[in-house]
Design a protein around this ligand. Structure first.
Ligand code: FAD
Length: 434
C-alpha cells in the first residue's frame, strides 16, 4: 500500500541538487543531521555545466579525503594551459609551477560528479532526496522561514521508506532552509534578497568536435584569432569542447547573418575545423552561456540561507564556479554543524557563512573582471587584447594572479569531523543511474 505523505520534517532543507547542494547534504548527513534535498529536475543530465575543475577543486577534494573516490570515476587530468595569438604560442602555464601536489585540472562531467556525491550521500539513511520536486514558496513563521512548499511529480526518491511516496503538494518543515538553486534562484526571489552586483558584458558560445589526430589532449588552449577568441578544452570520449567568446547580444546578430558566414569566419581562424563544419547546416549544435556575475548583498535571513551560484555567481573565466560554490557548501556545513551542536541557529550564526566566504568570492570576481578585459572582444579592445595579454604575462607578479585564481593558498578552516575515512575504490559507481 502507498501512503501519500504531505509533510516532511527535517533539520535542514536544501533546495537544489547541484554540486554545492549535494556536497552540503552529504557533509551534514555525515554528522547525523536529518537532511532533505529537493531537486526540480528528474535526473542529473545537463549539457555543458561545470565540467572543468581547477587545482583548487582537486585541493578541496583532497582536504575532505574524497579525491581518490572522485578520481575513481571517468575524468581527464589537464596539467597545463597554452595561449596563442594568430596561432603562435605567447604563453604557457604549467600548473605544477604554481603549487606542489595536486597541480592539475580535472575534467569530469557534472552528471558524473553529482552521481558520485549522491552515491556517497545515500550511505546515510538520514540523507533524503526527492527528484522532480520544485519549490514554489517559503513556509513563513512570522519573519522566520520554517521550510518550503514544493510540488512533487513522480520521480526518483532517495532513502524514503518503501511505502512513502511523495506526489503533489508537499510541506517540508526545517530549522534551516538553504537555497542552493543556482544562478536563477527561486529562493532568492521568494526570500526577497537584494542583489549588490549584477554584471553581464560577454557570452561564450559552446560546441564540440571530434579530436583531430594531432591535437594535444592534455592542454587547455586559448586562441586570440582574427575573427574571434577561442577556448579549447579536452572532453571525455575523444572530443574537444570549444567556447567562442562573444560580446553580450552578439549571437543574435550572428544568427541573423546566417550559419554559412559564421562557419566561414570560424574556419578562417581554425582551418583544422573545416571537416567538422562540412556537415553543420544550422545553429542547433551551439549552446550559449551568458557570462553573468552576481553577488547577493546579505546571504542570510532568519532560518534561511542562500549559497553557491544563488548567492555568488561568477563568470566562466578560469572555470572556477563549481569549486567556489562547493567551497561555500563546505563552510556552510561547518557553520550549521556547530550551530546545531550549540543549539544556536540564530541569524548571527547563519551570517558567519558569508563573512567566512566573502573574501575568496570577491577575490575571484575581481580577478575575473580583469581577465575578461584581456580575453574578450569588445570592438576597441579586441586588437589590443593579445598585446596587453602578452605584456601582462611578462609581469613579475602574474604567477601570483594565476595562483590566486586556480589554487587555494590554505585549506578551508573546517572541523575534522568532515574528513572522510580513507576511500575504498570499490565504492566507485559502475553506472550513472540518475
Ligand atoms: C554552460 C555552463 C558552463 C559552465 N562551466 C563551468 C566549468 O567548466 N567549471 C566550473 O567550475 N564551473 C562552470 N560553470 C559554473 C558551474 O556550473 C556553477 O558554478 C555550479 O554548477 C554552481 O553550483 P550550484 O550547486 O550553486 O548551482 P547549480 O549547479 O546551478 O544547481 C542548482 C540546482 O537547483 C535546482 N533548482 C533550481 N530551482 C529549483 C527549485 N525551485 N526547486 C528545486 N530545485 C531547483 C536546479 O535544477 C539545479 O540542479 C558553468 C556553468 C554553465 C551554465
Amino acid at each position: 500500500m502507498v501512503n501519500a505523505v504531505k509533510d516532511i520534517k527535517s533539520d535542514v532543507c536544501i533546495v537544489g541538487a547541484g554540486p554545492a547542494g549535494l556536497l552540503l547534504g552529504l557533509l551534514l548527513a555525515k554528522q547525523g543531521l536529518e537532511i532533505t534535498v529537493l531537486e526540480q529536475n528528474p535526473d542529473f543530465h545537463r549539457e555543458y555545466r561545470g565540467e572543468i575543475t581547477q587545482p583548487r577543486f582537486v585541493q578541496l577534494m583532497k582536504q575532505l579525503n574524497l579525491l581518490d573516490y572522485i578520481e575513481s570515476h571517468d575524468h581527464v587530468k589537464i596539467p597545463e594551459v597554452t595561449v596563442f595569438h594568430n596561432s603562435n604560442p605567447i604563453m604557457n602555464l604549467k600548473f605544477d609551477s604554481l603549487i606542489e601536489g595536486e597541480s592539475y585540472c580535472a575534467r569530469l562531467t557534472q552528471p558524473t560528479l553529482l552521481a558520485g556525491l549522491l552515491h556517497k550521500a545515500k550511505e546515510y539513511p538520514n540523507f533524503k532526496l526527492l527528484f522532480n520536486t520544485k519549490v514554489r514558496n517559503l513556509i513563513k513563521e512570522g519573519d522566520k522561514t520554517g521550510g518550503v512548499y514544493a510540488q512533487a511529480k513522480p520521480g526518483e526518491q532517495i532513502n524514503f521508506l518503501k511505502d512513502e511516496v511523495f506526489v503533489g503538494d508537499l510541506n517540508v518543515h526545517a530549522r534551516v532552509t538553504v537555497g542552493v538553486d543556482g544562478r536563477n534562484s527561486t529562493i532568492e526571489k521568494l526570500g526577497q534578497f537584494e542583489v549588490d552586483l549584477e554584471y553581464h558584458d560577454n557570452d561564450l558560445l559552446w560546441f564540440s568536435f571530434e579530436k583531430p589526430e594531432h591535437w594535444d589532449y592534455n592542454i587547455y588552449h586559448f586562441y586570440f584569432q582574427k575573427n574571434y577568441n577561442y577556448l579549447f578544452l579536452p572532453k571525455l570520449g575523444g572530443y574537444i569542447q570549444c567556447g567562442i567568446s562573444l560580446t553580450k547580444g552578439e549571437y543574435q546578430q550572428i544568427k541573423k547573418e546566417g550559419i554559412e558566414s559564421f562557419k566561414a569566419k570560424i574556419i578562417e581562424d581554425n582551418p583544422i575545423l573545416k571537416d567538422h563544419f562540412e556537415y553543420v547546416t544550422d545553429f542547433k549544435d551551439f549552446v550559449l552561456l551568458l557570462c553573468k556575475m552576481r553577488y547577493v548583498r546579505d546571504w542570510a535571513k532568519d532560518g534561511l540561507l542562500l549559497i553557491g551560484d544563488a548567492a555568488h555567481c561568477v563568470t566562466p573565466w578560469g572555470a572556477v564556479g563549481s569549486t567556489l560554490a562547493m567551497g561555500t557548501a563546505v563552510i556552510t556545513a561547518d557553520v550549521l554543524y556547530k550551530g546545531f551542536k550549540n543549539n544556536d541557529l540564530s541569524l548571527q550564526t547563519l551570517k558567519q557563512v558569508q563573512s567566512r566566504r566573502h573574501e575568496e568570492v570577491k577575490l575571484i570576481q575581481n580577478l575575473q573582471t580583469t581577465l575578461e578585459k584581456f580575453l574578450t572582444r569588445q570592438p576597441v579592445k579586441k586588437e589590443l587584447a593579445p598585446l596587453m595579454f602578452n605584456i601582462a604575462t611578462k609581469m613579475p607578479d602574474i604567477r601570483e594572479t594565476y595562483k590566486k585564481l586556480f589554487t587555494r593558498e590554505k585549506p578551508l578552516d573546517i572541523d575534522d569531523a568532515f574528513i572522510f575515512e580513507s576511500d575504498k575504490t570499490s565504492d566507485r559507481i559502475e553506472h550513472i543511474s540518475i
